[in-house]
Write a new protein. Structure first.
Length: 350
């Protein structure tokens, strides 16, 4: 076994048997992804791509609660409040380059999505060749609730989901268990959590995806199939204001709960998310999705709601964000256009 510990970066990197193994190693922080971790993972993937002794890559995580609960937004909040906006911009740029690297990786990339998988955790898993969930998995893109958008290529994953599921998941941050994550296109197969360690051992010993086929099972049924008719009806409407109005006029339990959830999100984030999910569906490309997402995240600290959303949800935890526009119905579309305008010399490059 060859190991390169990047413990300071919160990630363990090793070659074991025929596999390159990446283990996220900040369990007390739910394996939240930071800049050093992203750079360490990218460097390992680059090295293994040309290493004939590595047949595949496995990414998993320490602890029993989370694969990765997202980016380390608390640290970025403090940098942003101090006016150091480039800290977040550099992180997002390198994180998105890593997401693209995973999407185009020349060898099988296997993600063991055991536990919480949100935001940046989706970026580390959903673009891989084989994405495995367990009975402990909880997958979501809840960024609108903190004034961000589903990024890390998430708008592409959402856009490629069935029907209007992408709009629903992006606007509500609905938390998917295993079967729903598979339906939505965030995962491929289900495996009991207790078998995942054995799966990693088999993959390492063989370098062959077929070595774990007998470990897969059928997950418990999810919630989304019964909601699809309503989701497709409401979330095909032309804009966020129309979707919200229809939900609030409906009177049904699902519609009322969904409207209440959407009302809690940043109006600007919601409107941008809807636009980007639909754009990704119309012309699916990981590079284009990431480029558009970066235009938003580049501006999010100065023109968007990310600092206020992080304050309300993560820092002060008062759950009472004062969005730049409080009511979705009052949001000028010009703000959406401004957030997504090309960045010129600051445009994301790969």
């Amino acid at each position: 076994m060859q190991r390169t510990d990047s413990e300071a970066a919160g990630v363990l990197i090793e070659k074991t048997g025929r596999a390159g193994r990446i283990t996220l190693n900040k369990p007390k922080a739910l394996n939240a992804l930071d800049h050093d971790m992203a750079l360490a993972i990218a460097a390992a993937l680059e090295a293994w791509a040309g290493d004939d002794s590595v047949d595949l890559v496995v990414i998993d995580a320490a602890g029993d609660k989370a694969f990765c609960a997202g980016g380390d937004i608390a640290a970025l909040y403090h940098e942003g409040k101090a006016g150091r906006f480039d800290t977040a911009r550099r992180f997002f740029a390198d994180e998105y380059r890593l997401n693209r690297q995973i999407a185009h990786y020349p060898k099988p990339y296997v993600a063991m999505m055991d536990g919480i998988v949100m935001g940046g955790g989706v970026g580390l898993s959903a673009h891989g060749r084989l994405r495995i969930v367990s009975e402990r998995s909880m997958v979501a893109m809840p960024e609108c609730g903190i004034g961000l958008i589903p990024d890390v290529g998430g708008t592409l994953v959402l856009g490629e989901g069935p029907g209007r599921l992408g709009e629903y998941l992006g606007l509500t941050g609905f938390r998917m268990k295993a079967a729903d994550a598979i339906l939505a296109g965030f995962a491929d197969r289900f495996m009991p959590s207790e078998r995942m360690g054995e799966a990693v051992e088999r993959l390492s010993a063989s370098g062959d995806l077929g070595a774990i086929e007998d470990l897969f099972e059928t997950p418990e049924p999810g919630e989304l199939p019964d909601r699809m008719e309503a989701i497709d009806r409401f979330f095909a409407l032309p804009d966020t204001a129309a979707i919200l109005a229809a939900l609030e006029a409906d009177g049904g339990e699902f519609a009322a709960a969904t409207a209440k959830t959407i009302r809690r999100g940043s109006p600007l984030s919601l409107a941008v998310t809807l636009e980007l999910v639909r754009a990704a569906r119309a012309a699916p490309s990981i590079e284009t999705a990431l480029t558009r997402e970066y235009r938003y995240t580049f501006r999010a600290q100065t023109m968007g709601d990310i600092l206020e959303g992080t304050r309300a949800v993560v820092i002060d935890k008062d759950k009472a964000p004062r969005w730049s526009t409080q009511r979705l119905e009052d949001l000028p579309h010009e703000q959406v256009t401004a957030m997504l305008a090309p960045l010129g010399d600051d445009e994301l490059t790969f």
